[in-house]
Design a protein. Structure first.
Length: 229
């Protein structure tokens, strides 16, 4: 499942998009205001963003720029504006695609899939490493993970965090370091997304005693390479 952050204040359109995409490989998180979009983005860590331009609270162009400053996540702008200036401006602010309303749901689905394929192909071409620790195998070319010979399904955020930890195996990483590597932002003392994601990873890798991913109190987290045997 791919996580979509839909930033849209039209309730009828939002319902249509959510219902349609949920029938395929997407789960959708809806935000109806521009001024709350960035915070939702930080919390949900979506795989792709569908962003309206005319939003209450904050213009979509500003939201696009804020998200792009923190992440390389694909952004598709969906808007009723037909001015070519807006399309050019949106792309300059960091958007990856621009679709005018009204849009057929199947067309939107195709555009989202195309953006995700493009992103994954680019990432695969740039990184072809294989990281192995005992029963854990991480293949960066297709972002796949196996645990004791069996495929392990991870969300985009879970995969990124596991990879960052594994790359620094044997070294303690603070929450600040983890957030900077994953999202390019600093730890504000309140963000619990890393802790929540660590908890999910421990469940998926039978780490009930927190031996594989250790908590080093007051410092951060440590990926223990010997504990995965």
């Amino acid at each position: 499942m791919y996580r979509v952050l839909l930033v849209e204040d039209d309730p009828r359109l939002a319902e249509l998009v959510m219902e349609y995409l949920s029938g395929y490989e997407f789960s959708v998180d809806l935000v109806t205001r521009g001024d709350t979009a960035l915070e939702h983005f930080k919390q949900s860590q979506p795989d792709i963003v569908v962003l309206d331009l005319m939003l209450p609270g904050m213009d979509g162009m500003v939201v696009c720029r804020q998200i792009r400053e923190q992440s390389e996540v694909p952004i598709l702008i969906l808007t009723a504006r037909e001015d070519t200036y807006d399309e050019v401006s949106g792309l300059e602010q960091g958007a990856d695609d621009f679709v005018n309303k009204p849009v057929q749901p199947r067309v939107l689905l195709a555009r989202l899939r195309a953006l995700l394929r493009r992103t994954q192909t680019k990432a695969a071409a740039a990184d072809t490493r294989v990281l192995e620790f005992g029963g854990l195998r991480i293949m960066t070319n297709d972002r796949s993970v196996t645990w004791r010979g069996q495929p392990c399904v991870l969300s985009n955020t879970e995969y990124k965090l596991l990879l960052v930890l594994a790359e620094a195996a044997g070294r303690v990483l603070s929450r600040d370091e983890l957030l900077k590597k994953m999202r390019g932002i600093e730890f504000d003392g309140l963000d619990r997304s890393i802790d929540n994601c660590i908890s999910k990873l421990r469940k998926k890798f039978d780490d009930n005693l927190s031996e594989k991913i250790k908590t080093v109190w007051g410092e951060g987290y440590l990926f223990s390479p010997s504990a995965w045997n």
